[in-house]
Design a protein around this ligand. Structure first.
Ligand SMILES: [Fe+2]
Length: 425
């Protein structure tokens, strides 16, 4: 193509930039000339999100967005400033979002940046223009308390922006989501657009996009349970990871903090290879300061039946709980029940001083189910029918702090790493 100076270039003209607006890229704002004014900015696509989908958020981040288009769109020039290195990604990879017969037709733009400096803010540039948005890499080690937002079972209702805003107000380094994201059930593209737009608009802190780490839940999958990656096309198009072609992997921050994201019988069975991987991952991290596991289906549910809803809860208890206990996992984040819960420290389902803490239960937007009482289910220390998101802080001294907050910002539970209530955190 030829730009306004007559020079052959792959950079688009302003008119061409504006011509892509219908495909999702916003127009230029604040510009008085066609090109070259340093004050020009470009509106980001309304579905742009930052994702940690590799094992190394200290040096890598993925930016993605989705656009509707009848034809495959051209790649878009994209950069982070300060620039990463000479090998940095400079344009998006474009691929169909979801199956080729899904309607309306959508395409995913993706750029994964590698070899980034740790604990650094980068400005996101599109088509050579700043967007006014930034992303941040994780630190190499936690010298200061690390705060992240945790929850699951989100959806696209009016509660979601409120909970996003609560989470974003903590300036969390990232958000750890335990499945059931857009509630598209692996077949519908439209809920994903709303989900991404709500995340883009509300999960940001002073212009910094808060990256999502997304585990898989039943509502990502055609049929919900016991499927394959092919049954969860939209999830895998956005949240596939570079470690393996499954929805379980580890995200590590330095050699002291790890998040083990698990697939509770959605596209990989609990028993077998995944459990073998979990054991080896836990063994490798046996003396790390903070190790958290994330599962959609809870071992210790606070609303749904303990045993009566298929074998999945039993699978988690039979195959993963013994490993959580043997390797002293610090916390297991559980979801799916659309209620709030904190368990006692548990060993074999009974209270034990050196047991494992389970926290959840998936109501970052979804809700309305009745929580079982602590008398009915003695493994529960707290259970409430409350939508919530959980502020979680892992400290350099090995301590952990949690605060569950409802859509109005009211604290519904706060406790320490031993599952003991605290007055402040
Ligand atoms: Fe679920």
């Amino acid at each position: 193509m030829t730009d306004d100076s007559g020079r052959t270039s792959r950079f688009p003209t302003r008119r061409q930039i504006l011509g892509t607006t219908a495909a999702g890229i916003g127009g230029l704002t604040g510009c008085t000339e066609l090109l070259g004014a340093s004050t020009e900015t470009i509106d980001p696509p309304s579905t742009l999100i930052a994702t940690w989908r590799t094992s190394d958020p200290t040096h890598q981040v993925t930016l993605q967005w989705v656009v509707e288009s009848d034809e495959q769109p051209d790649p878009v020039d994209i950069a982070l400033s300060p620039s990463a290195n000479s090998k940095a990604t400079n344009e998006t990879a474009v691929a169909r979002f979801g199956p080729v017969d899904s309607y309306p037709p959508m395409y995913r733009h993706r750029a994964t940046f590698e070899a980034l400096a740790p604990d650094t803010d980068f400005e996101i540039e599109l088509r050579g223009k700043p967007t006014g948005l930034t992303v941040r890499t994780a630190p190499e080690s936690i010298d200061e308390p690390l705060t992240f937002a945790q929850g699951g079972d989100i959806g696209t209702t009016g509660f979601v922006p409120d909970l996003h805003q609560q989470a974003a107000s903590w300036d969390p380094l990232f958000a750890l989501v335990g499945g059931d994201l857009a509630y598209a059930d692996g077949v519908s593209v439209s809920p994903w657009i709303t989900f991404l737009e709500q995340w883009h608009e509300h999960m940001r802190s002073d212009g910094r996009l808060i990256p999502i780490v997304a585990g898989i839940g039943n509502h990502e999958v055609q049929g919900g349970m016991h499927g394959s990656p092919e049954d969860a096309p939209f999830y895998y198009d956005l949240f596939d990871n570079e470690v393996r072609d499954q929805a379980y992997w580890a995200i590590d921050i330095g050699d002291s903090v790890s998040f083990l994201i698990l697939d509770s019988n959605h596209t990989t069975e609990v028993p077998g290879e995944q459990t073998e991987w979990l054991e080896s991952a836990l063994a490798e991290r046996a003396d790390w300061e903070h190790v958290a596991a994330v599962s959609h289906v809870p071992a210790y549910p606070s609303s749904k039946p303990i045993t009566g809803a298929g074998r999945d809860r039993v699978d988690v208890r039979d195959h993963w709980v013994p490993l959580f206990e043997a390797y002293d996992v610090d916390v297991v984040f559980e979801h799916d029940d659309h209620t709030y819960k904190r368990t006692h420290l548990l060993e074999g389902g009974e209270q034990a001083d050196d047991g494992v803490l389970y926290v959840g239960d998936g109501a970052w937007g979804k809700g309305g189910r009745e929580a079982a009482s602590t008398e009915e289910r003695p493994y529960l220390a707290v259970s409430k029918s409350k939508r919530h998101v959980i502020r979680t802080t892992f400290a350099p001294d090995g301590t952990r702090q949690y605060r569950a907050v409802d859509p109005d910002g009211e604290t519904i539970d706060r406790f320490d790493g031993n599952g003991q209530p605290v007055a402040e955190n």
